[in-house]
Design a protein around this ligand. Structure first.
Ligand SMILES: Nc1ncnc2c1ncn2[C@@H]1O[C@H](COP(=O)(O)OP(=O)(O)O)[C@@H](O)[C@H]1O
Ligand SMILES: [Mg+2]
Length: 255
């Protein structure tokens, strides 16, 4: 399996804070790569620089062999990268289906998502999108019973699953998941892990997964990278990284 995403000596600073300091890592095609590290280690910054929300001061990012960091943010989802956010980023007043549709709005030709959702010229396109979401995603993620319910009031674990659904609409080659199980109960975590694995198996999606919960990522990932204070401190198999002395120290120190 080849490298799909290559982070090559990337640095990002905010004033005096070096959020990422010469970070290099690779995520292989078809694999789940986990990035672990304590709070403030620079994990979300990594996702933001991949998505184009932040600009790297130095270094290169390549996706499928092509420069990604030189593309504008909006073009990066077109390149095949989708993400979920550390904090729930759904529209509480919209239904589950409407939220999932928003995952495609960059793909719709009709511009503003409101017009794409509700107005005349986009109706046919919208119907095709709904059909595709119904056939590819709703049952796949067991969302049938709540498809037309408002998001507000749904349990937290379910909201995180809706975010996953929205990220899948673009049929991404790679999913970036920022702490997808943070704050979940044990059964909710097990569910989410199952849906992530199922996604990889069904669609061949590659995953870059952030978490600071060692247990879940040990179980789920093929490859693990540990970061602390903006730098990579270990890179290898989950076993190798968990047993790395620097990782053990970072985790015990943070406990
Ligand atoms: N937009 C920003 N402005 C200023 N500082 C930031 C910004 N984003 C992240 N940081 C800082 O960068 C460091 C890494 O943050 P972050 O990437 O969110 O860590 P993690 O996700 O690993 O908890 C922290 O010190 C954080 O305060
Ligand atoms: Mg974070």
């Amino acid at each position: 399996m080849g490298a799909l995403l290559e982070i090559d000596r990337v640095s990002v600073a905010f004033g005096g804070v070096k959020a990422m300091n010469d970070v290099s890592l690779t995520a292989n095609d078809g694999e789940i790569t986990a990035v672990i590290g304590p709070n403030g280690a620079g994990k979300t910054t990594l996702f933001n620089v991949i998505s184009g929300f932040y600009t790297a001061q130095s270094g290169e990012i390549r996706f499928d062999g092509q420069r990604l960091d030189t593309l504008p943010a909006h073009a990066r989802s077109g390149a095949g990268i989708a993400r979920t956010f550390q904090n729930i980023a759904l529209f509480a007043g919209l239904t589950v289906l409407e939220n999932i549709k928003l995952g495609a709005h960059a793909q719709l030709t009709s511009g503003l998502f409101r017009s794409a959702l509700y107005l005349g010229p986009a109706r046919r396109e919208e119907r095709a999108l709904t059909d595709r979401i119904d056939s590819e995603i709703i049952d796949f993620l067991d969302l049938g019973a709540i498809r037309d319910k408002q998001v507000s009031g749904l349990p937290y674990g379910l909201q995180k699953r809706i975010e996953l659904a929205r990220a899948l609409v673009m049929r991404p080659r790679m999913l970036l998941l920022d702490e997808p199980v943070a704050g979940m109960s044990a059964p909710e975590k097990a569910d989410m892990a199952r849906y992530i694995r199922k996604t990889v198996e069904a669609f061949g999606t590659s995953v870059l997964l952030i978490d600071h919960d060692m247990g879940m990522v040990m179980d789920l990932s093929d490859h693990m990278v540990a970061v602390n204070f903006g730098s990579v401190i270990a890179d290898g198999t989950p076993e190798q990284v968990r047993n790395d002395p620097g990782v053990v120290e970072a985790y015990l120190g943070a406990a």
